[in-house]
Design a protein. Sequence first.
Length: 204
Amino acid sequence: MSAKPVKAFIIETDDPEESTIQFATTNVAARRQGADEIGTDFEAVSCKRLPWADQYVDSGIPALAYIENDWHVSCANCGAMVHKESGSTDDDGNYEPHEPVYRGEHVFCSPGCETSHDSKVAEQNAKFAAFESRVRELRPDLQYKSFRGAYPYITMTGEFMFDGAKYGGSVRDEGDGALLWFVANGDKAAWDQYEADQAKSGAQ
Ligand SMILES: [Zn+2]
């Protein structure tokens, strides 16, 4: 194996919001990957080496590494910008330095923000599990293809097929507990037939 080592590059445009870190063996390859990711032309971006990030090619860059290299990372719960010297001002105007909690690629500005994030995640995931079992119980006859709605989603959806369907349908809960059922336009007739058959077999 004489493969060239993969290195980290930062690709930027004139817009400070638009930068991306890419791992590649050459500057040109990194620049192309970065331009694609930002969604702009190769000519519109600049590309520089980012030696401190080289070691994270396989693991993803931890939030702590960004901060130690003078970057700002937003709190995964409240969005506050966390950096080496950051803090927040409370309602009385008192400045409190952040007490960052690092978790892999994420940082929380305080232990309280971490706790609040974890309970939001647990709450949504419990809601999602309840949604899925409610749908399966309500319509055990449908053939479910997938369910989606774990954190960070709020809207929960399930996709299903039924006997005679070409495209299938979906069920969703926008977060308020009401179940909304949809069937693809091309399957409306098949659905009516299916429901009629279900009603018939249920009545027997
Ligand atoms: Zn926070």
